[in-house]
Design a protein around this ligand. Structure first.
Ligand code: HEC
Length: 486
């Protein structure tokens, strides 16, 4: 078996003397300290990932143990990004205290701040609102037509209280620097860049102590009041809805408390070099979002989902409601009944516009006959290693709202999607989705019936983002952000 130590990492150690030498795969803090910390992991040097390693999350195999490294990387990232921060975004205090403080990621810029003409907030809402909230969540985005509509679907996600889920996207300063320095925030700039760089974008990679490009996408539910019985991380937000999507015909400025239900974290790192072209993809959810579907299995554990068994699992349109899901879910109502089929799990409504009521429930028009919102089940069970690492971090975070979040998984690709061995271009785990961010696309086969990869639109972070290009069609390094340029 050949191993690929990283020359780059070695060079870095010689010239920059980072604060810590080895990537610690089993510590609460990336420095190796046995306590939670605000240090962001930004590379995985000294991690022995052999090329040809078969991605698996099965801990009974040696390869499966590798996955645990990524799961620690994911949790360490989640903790560092959600650490309380001062006005400049510098971490302060402890994640165990100060639930009302802004978080490190809140200092990262959003779409509107980076893409000058993205115009996420409808003009009429902008004119009508003076936002009081710490975060503005806007209805309209030009890429997906609405920021509350999930990618590649025309459907919003509606919670059990009848409110729309809203989304927010951020970039870290390294990514913003690359986009601005290369003129990638406008269409004209992208065109000039493509002429000089037809191979596409190449966002910066992290090294120990210096982060690479990062992109975050978060999902938020509107809370009925401030009592927060589910134990979310909450913050005050202003929802800005243009007249086009308002039931009253007037723009809406809604001052609300929102609770974090989902978080995607993409980070481009340097080592191990065999897969770092493909970024590291971590995704988190609140533990009370949705129950596992009947028969849900971790994607690698289900023989039909393995590399050799090319049959897609689960069959598209399944992920059936479990018998014993119980109550207390944000996106699942066991008593849901609807003759129109609106209680079939993970099916969204498809309309051009969704009209907001001026008062809660904002999505009242779209509730089922029994008054429920979107019926969601999780198609894939959280795999064993993620469950183990969840327990470690949830114990350490006990007493704070952060103990109510779980890592769904961390996806990475060994050898990349263009790996010459036809059985190797698979990410691990093969299927990886978040039930609040890819609700309606959890079970789209990653492999076509003829055995070729389904590039784009399938239920895998890496495979779906693989088709991303900028506005001119130049490959944009798995990032869809280029689409916001005008
Ligand atoms: C079915 C396709 C699909 C899947 C699967 C998918 N995404 Fe995305 N993702 C998109 C699209 C399309 C956008 C752009 C949507 C927008 O801007 O509103 C996006 C946006 C994002 C963003 C915001 C930055 C950007 O590049 O636009 C992040 C971060 C992200 N996704 C992470 C993930 C992670 C992590 C996973 C896996 C757990 C994942 N995605 C799975 C299609 C997908």
């Amino acid at each position: 078996m050949r191993h690929y130590p990283s020359a780059l990492a070695a060079a870095f150690v010689l010239c920059a003397a980072p604060a810590f030498a080895d990537y610690q795969q089993d510590a609460l803090c990336v420095t190796g300290a046995a306590e939670l910390c605000a240090t962001l992991p930004s590379d995985m040097p000294n991690l022995d990932v052999p090329l040809g390693y078969t991605p698996t999350t099965n801990l009974e195999t040696e390869d499966g143990v590798q996955q645990q490294n990524f799961d620690y990387f994911g949790w360490q990232s989640f903790v560092a990004l959600n650490w309380p921060a001062d006005a400049s975004g510098a971490p302060m205090g402890s994640i165990l205290d100060d639930p009302d403080a802004p978080r490190v990621w809140e200092s990262y810029l959003g779409i509107d701040a980076v893409f000058p003409q993205a115009n996420l907030v409808a003009d009429d809402a902008e004119a009508a609102c003076t936002p009081q909230g710490r975060m503005v969540l806007a209805q309209t985005s030009k890429l997906t037509s609405s920021s509350f509509i999930e990618p590649f679907t025309a459907s919003p996600l509606i919670d059990v209280d009848g409110n729309f889920v809203m989304y927010d996207i951020r970039m870290n300063p390294v990514e913003v620097g690359y986009l601005r320095d290369n003129g990638l925030t406008t269409q004209a700039g992208q065109k000039a860049f493509a002429a000089a760089n037809p191979q596409g974008w190449d966002l910066p990679r992290g090294l120990t102590g210096s982060p690479g490009a990062m992109e975050l996408k978060t999902a938020w539910r509107v809370l009925a009041d401030d009592s927060n019985p589910m134990g979310y991380f909450t913050l005050p937000a202003t929802l800005m809805i243009g007249a086009e999507n308002s039931a009253t015909g007037q723009p809406l400025c809604l001052e609300v408390t929102v609770g974090l239900v989902g978080m995607h974290i993409m980070h481009k790192i340097t080592n191990p070099t065999a897969f770092s072209d493909n970024w590291v993809w971590a995704t988190f959810e609140h533990i009370r979002n949705a129950p596992d579907a009947a028969g849900a299995a971790p994607s690698q554990k289900n023989t039909a989902a393995t590399v050799s068994g090319l049959e897609p699992y689960p069959p598209v349109g399944s992920c059936p409601v479990p018998q014993d899901a119980g109550t207390g879910w944000a996106f699942f109502d066991a008593s849901c009944a609807d003759a129109q089929g609106a209680c079939t799990p993970n099916i969204g409504l498809e309309l051009k516009n969704y009209l907001w009521e001026p008062d809660m429930p904002y999505a009242e028009k779209y509730l089922t006959q029994s008054g429920a919102g979107t019926q969601v089940t999780r198609c894939w069970e959280v795999y064993e290693s993620a469950k183990n690492v969840d327990k470690v971090f949830q114990d350490a975070l006990a007493g704070s709202v952060w103990a109510n979040y779980q890592l769904i998984g961390v996806q990475w690709a060994n050898g990349g999607l263009d790996h010459p061995d036809p059985l190797r271009p698979f990410p691990a785990p093969i299927y990886m989705v978040n039930s609040t961010l890819e609700t309606f696309l959890q079970d789209v086969p990653v492999v076509h019936p003829d055995g070729t990869l389904n590039r784009g639109g399938s239920s895998s972070c890496i495979n779906c983002h693989d088709i991303a290009t900028d506005k001119g069609g130049n490959r944009s390094d798995f990032s869809f952000l280029g689409g916001y340029a005008k």
